[in-house]
Design a protein around this ligand. Structure first.
Ligand code: C2O
Ligand code: CU
Length: 493
């Protein structure tokens, strides 16, 4: 007899092999030298876990959508067909696409109407863990599943060794079938250990936050309109429907972690093991960094290598209060331990070393500046008294002041967060270096495309070398905040 869990696992495995990956040779058709991929956005019913089936929106009928894998520099053509009953677009998050391919409705293209197709074409760069998602009504369409990995394999050798790899997309769902989880408010100090913004640090120091837990104690007063997330998934499934990772002793498994959640920071941990961070938002570090857990803000990615050196049965899970119980966990089973039961997930972070931005030493992969240096201050605020207005320098999009740059210019952008909530600020079209966080300067800045700015007076300074011409959004990746106005435009001429 097969257990229900084993059966669910098999179904997931079958689905994974039946079409999880796009980009193989069979997709190489038509135009020579161009890899053509077809995506169809449509509604499906999707089983998150036994008894929890939701009406989702999906690319090619899967949640998350199919993983696209291409080579760095390869020309990619993606034909999007919109079979939804509403407009949509695709944004290629972390890819240096030409501006017209960026997928921002009414900024870089017209929304793709129901029944229409739109052809995206670009050279896949830079290498790394990228992803793609809708950029229309993200608070609905992303919540319902329109997101997927885009893996750009480097043309040169991988900088850090591993034996095999697995992509894990973290997401959250409001299904109305269980009790809602507390929102992530302050950020996990953006993954910055116990530093946090000034206030956050004080509050944590004072014990109000219950160690490093985030948000739970603050109540839900600050934003009344956000969805009641009650289910957390890894690759579209909530535990026990998550597929176990089976490993052999000594194997090095690279995990590509993508946080596709609209609202929550996830703190990923594998019991019994350290995880070695190798890439931040897809961009390689100089050398790997061993940590016990990794806070991942919305839209961030981390690549980590797990060395299987501690045989047994373990849980890989989120340590945020309630998340593992809501489904965000999966078993890691060593050969010979496949019937063992892992110990239940623990949310305590006491004594654990957490990833934070200053731990990484970045590689110099961005172009050197040729032009002038310009400094921009971006003060983030809003959400006062439960309002849904979120501002940059006191203004809401589209009235925010653009950051005007010439190609080759170096821009230093200084973010300061006067609101109570963390803001993962994402720049379209090119990546940046994180020069300083909460007043601490980085010795060797890491390269990212999203930087989480702590609530309660958190700050960050980023540096970008304007190399991709066009109009690019620089916005908070939480759709509630984005819709509330927290967007500026970086104009590169
Ligand atoms: Cu990941 Cu403007 O988006
Ligand atoms: Cu925000």
């Amino acid at each position: 007899m097969m257990s229900r869990r084993a059966f669910v696992g098999m179904v997931a495995a079958a689905a994974a092999s039946a079409g999880a990956k796009l980009g193989g040779p069979r997709d190489a058709a038509a135009a020579p030298g161009v890899r053509t991929i077809h995506l169809d956005a449509r509604t499906v019913s999707w089983e998150l876990a036994p008894g929890r089936t939701v009406k989702a929106m999906a690319y090619n009928g899967r949640v998350p959508g199919p993983e696209i894998r291409v080579r760095e520099g390869e020309r990619v053509r993606i034909v999007l067909r919109n079979s939804l009953a509403e407009p949509t677009t695709i944004h290629w998050h972390g890819v240096d696409v030409p501006n017209a391919m960026d997928g921002v409705p009414d900024v870089t293209q017209k929304p793709v109407q129901p029944g229409e197709t739109f052809v995206y074409e670009f050279e896949a760069r830079p290498a790394g863990t990228r992803w793609y998602h809708t950029h229309v009504q993200e608070h609905r369409q992303m919540d319902l599943g329109l997101a997927a990995p885009l893996i750009i394999e480097p043309a040169a050798a991988e900088p850090m060794p591993y034996d095999r790899e697995l992509t894990l997309v973290l997401d959250d769902w409001a299904t109305g079938t269980a009790e809602a989880l507390p929102p992530t408010r302050e950020g996990t100090a953006g993954g910055r250990g116990t530093m946090g913004g000034m206030m956050g640090g004080m509050m944590r120091g004072g014990g109000m936050m219950g160690g490093r837990s985030t948000g739970g104690m603050m109540g839900r007063g600050a934003a009344m309109h956000e969805p009641a997330y009650d289910t957390m998934t890894i690759n579209g499934k909530a535990y026990p429907a998550t597929e176990p990772l089976r490993v052999r002793k000594g194997e090095r498994v690279r995990l590509r972690l993508i946080n596709a959640s609209n609202e929550h920071t996830h703190v990923v941990r594998l019991a019994g093991h350290r995880l070695h961070v190798t890439h931040t938002d897809g961009n390689p570090l100089d050398s790997r960094v061993a940590v016990d857990a990794i806070p991942i803000a919305p839209s961030e990615r981390y690549d980590v290598v797990l060395t299987a050196e501690h045989p047994g049965a373990w849980m890989l899970h989120c340590t945020q209060p309630g998340h593992a119980a809501a489904g965000e966990q999966m078993q890691v089973l060593y050969e010979g331990h496949s019937t063992a039961k892992p110990a239940p997930a623990e949310s305590s972070l006491d004594g654990l070393r957490l990833w934070h931005y200053e731990l990484g030493r970045g590689r110099q992969i961005l172009p050197p500046p040729r032009g002038a240096t310009q400094t921009f201050d971006q003060t983030l605020s809003g959400g006062m008294m439960g309002s849904d207005v979120w501002t940059i320098n006191g203004k809401v999009w589209p009235r925010t002041d653009p950051l005007a740059l010439a190609r080759g210019d170096r821009a230093v952008v200084r973010f300061r967060n006067q609101s109570m909530e963390a803001h993962p600020m994402h720049l379209h079209g090119q990546s940046f270096r994180v020069l300083a966080v909460n007043g601490v300067r980085a010795e060797a800045p890491i390269v990212k495309d999203s930087v989480d700015i702590d609530g309660h007076m958190g700050s960050a300074v980023v540096e970008l070398i304007a190399h991709n011409p066009g109009d690019w959004l620089f916005h908070c990746h939480k759709p509630m905040h984005m819709d509330g106005g927290m967007i500026s435009l970086v104009k590169v001429r």
